[in-house]
Design a protein around this ligand. Structure first.
Ligand SMILES: [Zn+2]
Length: 167
């Protein structure tokens, strides 16, 4: 059987990758020291992960012990603060799930920014869509900036008037 580790995964560590990396010592090693890089803007995790053997069929299945709940897990995720844990413990939620009710996400370009990140980094890269999103975000920023001009001008005028009074 041929196994390989594909491009480094960001934000997660999988038992299958560790099995390949550790090699023949995998079945007996009590732990592995890993560096798991975070997604953009997330802190990495550097530390020790212990293995546990989970009964599976007639044999045992090596898994990570989630450092938070100690349950056997096949995948662990960085929590963004330098820690790591299973999906439940790190309650991985997408940016859309976290921010979908925020004004900045719905109308301030957040949802486009989120999609842009996915079309440039995801497995199905879409350069045309990325370009269209980038253009529309720049245009929307310009429009918001233009819409703010009267307020900015008024604030500047008030500032000048106040400054004039003090003299
Ligand atoms: Zn856990």
């Amino acid at each position: 059987m041929r196994s390989e580790i594909r491009v480094p995964r960001l934000g997660e560590v999988r038992i299958g990758d560790v099995r390949v990396a550790v090699g023949s010592g995998f079945a007996t090693a009590p732990y592995v020291d890993v560096l798991v890089l975070g997604q953009v803007g997330q802190r990495a995790f550097a530390g020790r992960l212990h293995f546990v053997d989970k009964p599976s069929g007639r044999g045992m299945h090596r898994q990570f012990a989630c450092p938070a709940c100690l349950e056997p897990r096949g995948v662990l995720f960085v929590d963004g603060n330098g820690g790591i844990g299973c999906r439940r413990c790190t309650s991985r939620r997408t940016r859309r799930q976290l921010e979908r009710t925020c004004r900045a996400f719905r109308r301030g370009g957040g949802s486009q920014e989120d999609e842009l990140l996915r079309v440039v980094t995801g497995s199905a890269r879409k350069p045309e869509r990325a370009q269209a999103l980038a253009c529309s975000m720049i245009e929307a920023d310009r429009a918001r900036w233009a819409a703010l001009q009267p307020d900015i001008q008024m604030a500047l005028d008030i500032g000048r008037a106040d400054h004039g009074k003090k003299k």
